[in-house]
Write a protein that binds this ligand. Structure first.
Ligand code: SF4
Length: 320
């Protein structure tokens, strides 16, 4: 089958749009969706200038999503000195997994000539995920600890580096899964947090949080297209799955969504379109009644409790 836009051979059939795309047009399409999302969300602040550029911190794990995000952003802003990019890789302490993805992240940052920083749970929290998974003092899945620690470090380092925005590589499938999980769990508060943390235009949400605002510029691109882009562009990507991956519920939702998408192309897009409207309404309602943020007694991080969640969990792990 030939490409819908030219007479080269197609490498992808996007059933949700009906398009067949060749390598050139697939790459062009992924890049233009990312750049459109940057414009739509108003990601480049009106004050950003070559003399006073914004700093964007990218969470670069070495997996396909963050590698594609970093690569396209670097290409986009090479000629645009209003934005400076810094990549941050977090080493969780997972043997046989993170060292390899760290190599991929370092290789990419060096190829793209962007600043690359590495931080570890060992240095920051005096623990490693291999030990946490074994002791599991709170009877939770490993990812529940790891997600809290990672979010905390990304926010903390965004602050330390004076970043204006914090960018992650979440794709359309990731976001549609999160949306459905929030629906199925009836978690309206989580929808509101999701909107304020990373969805919607910045002027709709930045005033409502003390944290460095987040963005997910790849969130309009399906996972399969991100993976194909990484392959076709021959980017250094670490493909292995983490041995502690434990998000069983997310995997069920993922299978359900893929099945729905196969039977009803466009399902992921329509889930996100409706979800964003609802999440915005929820965010507005919750902002009016949100509790004041205080400071964690131990680390000073913003929290509504005496101890932030990270300090609660690190304390439990060290006591185990
Ligand atoms: Fe951490 Fe879970 Fe991701 Fe592994 S799969 S790196 S434990 S969040």
């Amino acid at each position: 089958m030939n490409c819908t836009k030219c007479d080269r051979e197609a490498v992808l059939h996007a059933e949700y749009s009906g398009a067949h795309l060749c390598e050139h047009h697939l790459r062009e399409s992924v890049e233009s969706r990312l750049r459109r999302r940057i414009r739509k969300d108003g990601l480049i602040g009106p004050e950003a200038s070559p003399e006073d550029p914004e700093t964007w911190l990218i969470g670069l794990s070495g997996g396909k999503d963050s590698v594609v995000l970093t690569s396209i952003l670097a290409e986009t802003f090479t000629e645009d000195p209003r934005i400076e990019l810094v990549a941050l890789t977090i080493h969780e302490g997972i043997e046989g997994y993170r060292d390899e993805s760290l190599d991929a992240a370092s290789e990419l940052a060096s190829e793209l000539n962007i600043r690359h920083e590495v931080v570890s749970y060992a240095d920051e929290f005096d623990l490693e995920m291999d030990d946490v998974a074994e002791t599991d003092p709170e009877n939770m899945a490993p990812c529940a600890y790891c997600g809290v620690f990672r979010r905390d470090l990304l926010s903390d380092y965004a602050d330390r580096f004076g970043a204006d925005k914090l960018l992650t590589g979440h794709n359309l499938d990731d976001e549609a899964q999160t949306a459905l999980m929030n629906f199925f769990e009836g978690d309206v508060a989580q929808m509101a947090k999701h909107f304020d943390a990373s969805l919607g235009p910045f002027d709709e949400r930045t005033d409502s949080t003390d944290f460095v605002p987040r963005a997910k510029p790849l969130r309009d691109v399906p996972e399969k297209e991100v993976a194909l882009y990484a392959h076709l562009a021959e980017l250094p990507v670490h493909m292995a799955e983490c041995p502690h991956s434990s998000e069983a519920y997310r995997k069920e939702i993922q299978e359900l969504l893929l099945k729905m998408e196969a039977q009803h192309p466009g399902t992921r897009h329509s889930v996100m379109a409706g979800y964003e409207e609802l999440a915005e309404l929820a965010a507005r309602a919750y902002r009016e009644n949100s509790p004041d943020l205080g400071e964690c007694e131990r680390c000073g991080a913003a929290t509504t409790r005496d101890l932030c969640r990270t300090c609660q969990l690190t304390e439990a792990v060290h006591a185990a």
